[in-house]
Design a protein around this ligand. Sequence first.
Ligand SMILES: Nc1ncnc2c1ncn2[C@@H]1O[C@H](COP(=O)(O)OP(=O)(O)OP(=O)(O)O)[C@@H](O)[C@H]1O
Ligand SMILES: [Mg+2]
Length: 367
Amino acid sequence: METNDTNGKPKTSKAIAKVQRPKPVARSLEICSVLNRTVAALVCANLIARITRLNSFGRLERFLDSNALIVDDPVLHLLISTYMHISTDGDIAAVPSPYASPLGEIITVAHTKGGAGKTTLTFNLAYSLAGCGARMLVIDLDQQTGQSAFIGEHEVGPQRDVGAVLLGQASLDDAVIVGVHPNVDVLPADELSIGAAGEQIDDLDVGGRFHDLFDEARTRWDIVLVDTAGYQSKLVSAALRRSNGVIVPMVPEAGPVTELPTILNTIRAAAESYQQPEVYGVIKLRIWGSSVYRRVAEEQIKTITDEYGVPLFRNKVPEDARFGEAHLVGLPVGAYQSGARSAVAYRHVAYELIQLRDWRFAVPDGL
Ligand SMILES: Nc1ncnc2c1ncn2[C@@H]1O[C@H](COP(=O)(O)OP(=O)(O)OP(=O)(O)O)[C@@H](O)[C@H]1O
Ligand SMILES: [Mg+2]
């Protein structure tokens, strides 16, 4: 049998056999592609294993849907199904609170710079404090509704959010999501409803309900962490003047550092008129490498915090890929992978805060 080559010349079967025999280059390419496929499979399987370790198949399905990850490779399938049986880090067990009646601390997380790490700090710190026995409520006061990334399967609707509570359309009990994690409840925000409430915050009724909400929360939870928008707004100001404390996240980069005095001035202005909040600390996030640039930024943060007489947390949170993965699947990094560098760091931030404030929550000995 004869076939034509690309130039139309007839090929003998000997020639065909010669063409088909893998050349060394072709063979190494083949090995490479097997290796690539295996590495890719391992990476994907590892990622998926981390997700499935959480025993949350609903989350996994949503993750696969939203990322259009199509697993049609048999090798990948085998690896994934093997990895899927790895045991889980899972959630912390609920630790009992040392306080018979709630501690009643309200702490707002604020920075006038967008993307400073407020939302993820709020949820991850809430989770770490909960691990020490604090009954936590997270309130989302940001129209971007960032906390909704962390509430799993729970639904947020315009009638079941913090905005509805402020507009008098729902009670706190109607809107709060109980037990998102052990000791962690969340009062989520619906974009439209919180937007409307924010516009009407000067209205006596809405302002009064804001006041009542914070007062009621104080009587029911040990610590309430309030997530805010990354710009000046009446809602942020209202939260600040009704909070005991404020925590300011800081990424040591030019933008957030330049903006640090702005948020510290806003807090100072609230404190002068309302005798609160106190700055409980500025915390450095997303630390990586040891470039001169980063060290200069850290020195600037130290100079500014000294100037304003506010504490700087000793513990900092490193930049961590595991943190991003946890955010992607809507979990605090401690629940996603408790040994991750950022999970360990967040636990230490919680211990430091507990010690700074002299609270009675459990911290490990010898810190
Ligand atoms: N330690 C970390 N390692 C890696 N990524 C991080 C870390 N901390 C925060 N991030 C990422 O930084 C991004 C911004 O964080 P976040 O949403 O908390 O900021 P924000 O201040 O709430 O923003 P906004 O002002 O828009 O509400 C997120 O994608 C988050 O996952
Ligand atoms: Mg946010």
